[in-house]
Design a protein around this ligand. Sequence first.
Ligand code: URA
Length: 440
Amino acid sequence: MRMYDIIEKKRDGLEISYEEIQFFIKGYCEGTIPDYQVSALLMAVFIRGMNEKETAFLTEIMANSGDQIDLTPIEGIKVDKHSTGGVGDKTTLVLAPIVAALGVPVAKMSGRGLGHTGGTIDKLESIPGFKTSLSMGEFIEQVKDVGIAVAGQTGNLVPADKKLYALRDVTATVNNISLIASSIMSKKIASGANKIVLDVKTGSGAFMKTMEDSIALAKAMVDIGERVGRETAAIVTDMDIPLGNAIGNALEVMEAMDTLKGKGPKDLEEVSLNIAAKMLELAGLGSYEECRRLSSRAIENGSALAKFTQMIEKQGGDSAVTGNYSLFGNASVIYEFVSPIEGYIEKMKTDLLGTASVILGAGRETKESAIDPLAGIILSKKTGMHVKKGEVIIRLYTNDSGKIAEAVKVLERAVHIGAKPPQERPLILAYIDKKGITVN
Ligand code: URA
């Protein structure tokens, strides 16, 4: 079998077989197939697509490319959660402590930033001392001990995705339904949870820009989960506007902490509570509405924040940051992006806000790039709000003043100001599970 022939087949829009997918995944993991050939195949898949059968094969082969985690030493129903990726999407940092505070174990493996979107692991690493790399034993013991651990992919978990994810990030091959579904579901299957909740983002800041594509992605993932016997539910949530106001690693952790203190942005709180409720419902804590109420209470009574603090301590971080944000450090350059005219913010192209944040240092330009944990942006104004001429819309934070001009150019394309505010759309747009699709 030759990689050249597989690329050619997919380039011409033909179906590739189980054996061919296995050949390329195995060869890539073992280093016998180089990045440039896999890049070419990814681009062919991106353009030509993969059918349901190919996607299921790819998911299974990826899930089997490394270790499978056995979570049975942890008592109780383990419910995992995954987001398809968004801008300012720090819901894991809010909902994981909520769920754990309510007694449902959270054994969560998260990823790094991808394309214009951020990743939970990069965010957590902005906490001084926080260790995201845990051995399997440490990971399991921590969940047994304090009920929560959020770590990078531990051990040899889905090595195929580790390599493909990093390559897709720098080859413009992220936003494809089959590639996203197989990436996410292979990790969820190998991670060993009994049940899975997926937060499928939709809109200009998401990989899926339309409701149609987002529902198709959600359905593809629910089908894969149910096929392998894991109850899977998906919630489609709005990503036409960034979630909360902060984009960038330390900035987002601070905002998540504010939310756990009950004083965060309402949109972030709302989406986090909904996903937490779905996880708790699958864990058997009651109806969705009851679980929503329990989640709100975990914020009000401080138990969720206490759980987050406990996790930071357990993973070697300085938990004093929860009370003193200056311990994160400060970016050396702050720049104010102001409105050139008076009007309403009609639209914010959310992916471009993510790109501006990456340019400032919050994400990676190449696989090898280092991240600046303090870089990013804070939105003072969001879609629908009124702005006066000269009023600050966005504050930019970086340690590299040379990046400001390029980021500002992107922001100029991202922010659209007009005479009228746009129509609001709901934050929670649809629910998908094995029973069907409910659109809000
Ligand atoms: N999140 C993932 O884990 N994989 C993707 O491909 C996209 C988002």
